[in-house]
Design a protein around this ligand. Structure first.
Ligand SMILES: Nc1nc2c(ncn2[C@@H]2O[C@H](COP(=O)(O)OP(=O)(O)OP(=O)(O)O)[C@@H](O)[C@H]2O)c(=O)[nH]1
Length: 970
């Protein structure tokens, strides 16, 4: 008995057409723990519960088998039969009874269903079919009880027979009879809920219905054995019957819908029978088929099922869905979700999107865009893969230009810069370092092309025959007051010294003279002050020979050494002019000795350096000096081609009210003529007029000739090279280019200091910057002042010359000063009336100077004022504690006496006990009697309390002190 009452999990699972896991889960919900093991036993009571719960599932299975049988003949149905037959016997009886007496026993019904199938197969007796139609329901009823198959046949077939031919016909009939539950399955689309109701009742109803419909159809049932049914359907009512059977098992129809899955099965398994899992799959698959036009075409087992579906299918497209519902509303959903899992879903989505977008797969813009990007990447990788290329650029090209040269998008350049910690804009110009780094990122080596300056200086190799001797260009250098100007004056027989403000040469000039022997020598007059060091350096560059003036009554001074260094660095031969030998204290030998100590042996002493004792005052030795210059020049074999466009260097530039910008230029090669288009630095213009150092007009000037030129659009800087171009346009383009570069460079030198520098200064504590704008009458003075001021920079204060130039102080200068919080220094120049007004409005300070020293000293003072003040401690007084009062809410109050100096409430104090400082802090309260006071002088008593300190004892000394600011120097 026990065995009979118990069923194995696997067994019941097969019977109910569900998975063991599902059963276990269901059992668990009901409070029964069952191990998910096919051999786990479940008692019949539980089985009954499960049967109720999974009726639909069981029915599905049966119906499916029926359907297949009916449609495809017995063979297929046979499979299900065997198992069912075994079970059939048991359940069969129950259903029978129930059917006749009371449809109630739904539970048993399931049994019958299974039975039914059994019979069907058994019914294999296809012959019965014929009789089936004739069979009457009554008979069926009678027999039904005996055979399970009867139940099914009777129920389904009968009702269906009336309108069996067409499923649609069934529907109408069904509506009248609940048994349509099956139909509902087909009709699910219309009324999804029905199926559910039907399912549970199906078994009962079918039974009931069977009897009713059995009426006519009953005939079919007569053959009792459902077999008749299956057969019948095939023939006449076979379909009807089958349908009828399906009616009961409309779910089966649903299953058919699932059958679509079979299609898949055909591919994968090939077996139509569905397990609980398969069931879901079937349900899912059908949908796939529906979605996929190709699905229907799939044959195989599924196809067999389909046909029947096809009958109802066409009319009831929702069948598949209903099937899903049968198992519960969830199944269908699961099915849908589960199916998509494969990549097919993604493909479908893509296709769908493609359709929505009206694009063909792979043909959309996005795709194209992706392709393009891919292509770009490929290209990039190719570039990277290739040997590093060389990118020839000039410094300060813009990010955009660099992108074009690298053949990448400017965004890539910008993002690369960002990754490198640089934030650049599209039009921002990049310095050499940045260009190199960025290019490297893209696999390029950078080769900076010669700057425009270099290109200008670069001369086309001249034919030997075109070269002729030229005069040497001589620079006179030396320490302050050693007599440089005097020497030059003597040579050109003029006196410049007397005209110079402060007696100091403030700008350089150029002169050419003829020696007594008739040879020309061009002189550059360099200022002797330290501030002009840079100028001297420039002078040395265009200098063929340097005359180092050393006062015989002095010694080799720092600037003398500096001048020597510049000459040596420039590779310019030096001639020492030991001056002031006319003075009684002159000691030329001492100078020569010092030179020797400097490793500068003069010829007299066996060295290679020429020297000449001279007196700029008396003219002693000057002719000899010039001869030695010529001798040196001869050795140098100085030659130049005068028959080409002029090239040279700007020695000086200034703004002349009447004549405009006047530039002193040393022609180094070629010939400059009036009317030539000349470019100097970032200024260009046509030469309007030329003058020599005496003011005499010149129409042309050859090599080694210093000339004053009128016609440039601005004042070039000393040291700027000049070149003559054939067209103004050409000169303008280069001038603009230089201007841009100059702007970039100036911007960088102004604002861009290295991170290290900033960090270092920040570490120091405070970082202050004194911005200065310098305007002067001549370039040399501006440069000199600029260089001197820059040297005033200290760690704590940086002097920045944010702008400098020749000419009147303009409104733009004031605006710039306002924007950059700068002061303006005017050297021998004054602001325009508008600039003056603007300066007053903007509160911009403009200082005027005519002597460089004054400017330097004042700025030095200003810088000192800007330095962080230094403080020193000043003890203001001492008080002695005579009594101590401890007051609850106040703390300890010391009754004290000011022994010396005074004490103020703002004083910082120290509490000293036994000569040792035990506390440093601030005064909390200072009182005289009950009144708060700000100060108590020596000889008076007072009450004092100290912030956060109550450990005051009698005889303690309280020292008051303050930090006093001290002006800082140097
Ligand atoms: N006795 C004497 N005095 C000289 C001689 N040469 C120059 N001096 C004087 O020395 C002073 C300075 O001469 P400068 O020619 O201005 O000297 P410098 O090197 O040009 O000076 P800076 O222009 O400031 O660089 C002047 O007072 C001259 O008169 C000389 O040979 N003999």
């Amino acid at each position: 008995m026990s065995d009979e009452k118990m069923m194995r999990l696997g067994q019941i699972a097969r019977k109910l057409n569900v998975g063991t896991a599902t059963i276990v889960e269901s059992m668990a919900k009901r409070g029964f723990e069952v191990e998910n093991n096919p051999n786990s036993k479940i008692n019949m009571e539980q089985v009954s519960m499960l049967e109720k719960e999974f009726k639909s599932s069981a029915l599905d299975k049966e119906e499916a088998s029926h359907l297949s049988i009916g449609k495809r003949h017995e063979p297929i149905s046979l499979e299900p039969e065997t198992p069912k037959q075994e079970k059939a016997p048991e359940p069969a009886p129950a259903p029978v009874h129930k059917e006749e007496p009371k449809p109630a026993a739904p539970i048993p019904t399931p049994a019958p269903t299974p039975v039914a199938p059994a019979p069907t197969p058994a019914a294999a007796p296809k012959p019965t079919p014929t009789p089936a139609p004739e069979a009457t329901p009554e008979k069926i009823a009678a027999e039904a009880p005996k055979l399970e198959g009867i139940k099914i046949l009777g129920k389904v077939e009968l009702p269906k027979k009336p309108a069996p031919t067409q499923h649609s016909g069934q529907k109408p009939t069904h509506p009248q009879r609940p048994g349509h539950a099956q139909h509902p399955g087909n009709q699910r689309n219309e009324k999804p809920q029905e199926p559910r109701k039907q399912h549970p009742n199906q078994q009962n109803k079918p039974a009931h219905q069977a009897p009713k419909p059995a009426q006519a159809p009953a005939a079919a049932p007569t053959p009792k054995p459902a077999p008749a049914v299956p057969i019948a359907p095939k023939v006449e009512a076979p379909q009807d019957q089958v349908i009828a059977a399906k009616a009961d098992s409309l779910k089966g129809l649903t299953v058919l819908g699932k059958i679509e899955l079979p299609v898949d099965r055909t591919k994968k398994k090939g077996g139509p029978v569905a397990s609980s899992d398969e069931r879901n799959r079937d349900k899912k698959r059908p949908r796939k088929r529906i979605d996929k036009p190709g699905a229907p075409g799939q044959g195989g087992p599924g196809a067999g099922n389909r046909p029947p579906h096809s009958q109802g299918g066409p009319n009831r497209p929702g069948q598949n869905r209903p099937g899903g519902n049968r198992g519960g509303s969830q199944p269908p959903q699961r099915v849908q979700k589960a199916e998509p899992t494969p990549k097919e879903i993604q493909d479908q989505i893509k296709q769908t999107l493609a359709r929505l977008q009206g694009t063909k797969p792979g043909g959309g813009k996005r795709t194209q865009s992706r392709r393009d990007k891919r292509a770009e990447r490929d290209r990039d990788t190719e570039v990277e893969g290739e040997e590093s290329k060389v990118l020839k650029v000039t410094e300060f090209i813009s990010a955009n230009d660099l992108a074009a040269l690298l053949d990448v998008s400017v965004n890539q350049i910008i993002s690369t810069c960002m990754s490198l910690g640089m934030f650049v804009s599209i039009n921002q110009r990049l310095d050499a370092e940045a260009i190199t780094i960025i290019a490297d990122e893209f696999g390029y080596d950078v080769e900076f092309t010669k700057s425009i300056e270099d290109e200008l200086v670069e001369e086309v190799a001249d034919e030997e025959d075109d070269l002729i001797e030229r005069a040497p260009i001589v620079t006179i250098m030396g320490h302050v007051d050693h007599g440089k100007t005097s020497l030059l004056d003597y040579i050109r027989m003029s006196k410049v010294t007397a005209d110079e403000a402060g007696g100091i040469t403030q700008h350089i000039g150029a002169y050419d003279v003829k020696t007594k022997t008739g040879f020309k020598i061009a002189f550059l007059d360099t200022p002797g002050h330290e501030a002009f060091t840079a100028m001297r350096a420039r002078g040395a560059k265009i200098t063929d020979i340097a005359i180092i003036v050393i006062a015989a009554d002095d010694s080799i001074m720092p600037q003398t050494k500096e001048a020597i260094n510049h000459a040596q660095v420039a590779g310019v031969p030096m001639i020492f002019a030991i001056n002031k030998v006319d003075r009684p204290n002159a000691n030329p030998a001492k100078i020569k000795e010092e030179l020797a100590n400097q490793n500068l042996l003069i010829e007299e002493w066996g060295g290679k350096y020429q020297s000449q004792d001279i007196s700029a005052k008396t003219g002693q030795g000057i002719d000899e000096l010039l001869e030695k210059v010529l001798l040196e020049a001869e050795v140098l074999e100085l030659k130049a081609n005068p028959n080409k466009n002029a090239a040279g260097t700007v020695v000086e530039a200034s703004l002349d009210k009447g004549r405009g910008y006047v530039s002193t230029i040393m022609i180094q090669a070629g010939t400059l003529r009036v009317g030539d288009v000349m470019l100097a630095g970032q200024h260009y213009g046509r030469v309007k007029a030329m003058f020599d150092h005496t003011g005499k007009k010149l129409k042309e000037a050859g090599p080694s000739t210093p000339v004053q030129v009128l016609g440039l659009g601005g004042a070039p800087q000393a040291g700027d090279t000049i070149k003559v171009y054939d067209t103004e346009r050409e000169a303008r383009e280069i001038a603009n280019s230089r201007e841009q570069i100059q702007r970039e460079q100036s911007l960088r030198t102004k604002k861009h200091i290295t991170l290290d520098e900033i960090g270092r200064r920040l570490a120091i504590g405070s970082f202050k910057e004194l911005n200065i704008i310098i305007k002067g009458d001549v370039d040399g003075s501006v440069e000199a002042l600029s260089d001197s001021l820059l040297k005033l920079s200290k760690d704590e204060v940086k002097v920045s010359i944010i702008h400098k130039g020749v000419g009147q102080i303009s409104e733009s200068d004031v605006l710039l000063a306002s924007a950059s919080d700068a002061i303006i220094l005017g050297f021998q120049v004054r602001p325009s009336s508008n600039a003056k007004k603007l300066a007053e409005q903007e509160e911009i300070e403009i200082r005027h100077y005519s002597i460089i020293y004054d400017a330097i000293n004042q700025i030095k003072d200003a810088i000192e004022g800007m330095l962080e003040p230094e403080f020193e401690e000043v003890i203001t007084g001492n008080i002695t504690v005579r009594e101590v009062f401890k007051i609850t809410k106040v703390g300890t109050v010391a009754g004290s006496y000011v022994t010396d100096g005074f004490i103020t409430r703002k004083n910082k104090i120290r509490v000293i006990r036994g000569g040792i400082v035990i506390h440093e802090g601030e005064i909390d309260q200072l009182k005289r009697f009950k009144d708060d006071v700000a100060e108590v002088k020596a000889g008076y008593e007072c009450g004092i309390s100290i912030k956060n300190f109550n450990n005051i004892e009698i005889d303690d000394t309280i020292e008051g002190y303050e930090m006093k600011e001290i002006k800082r120097k140097k």
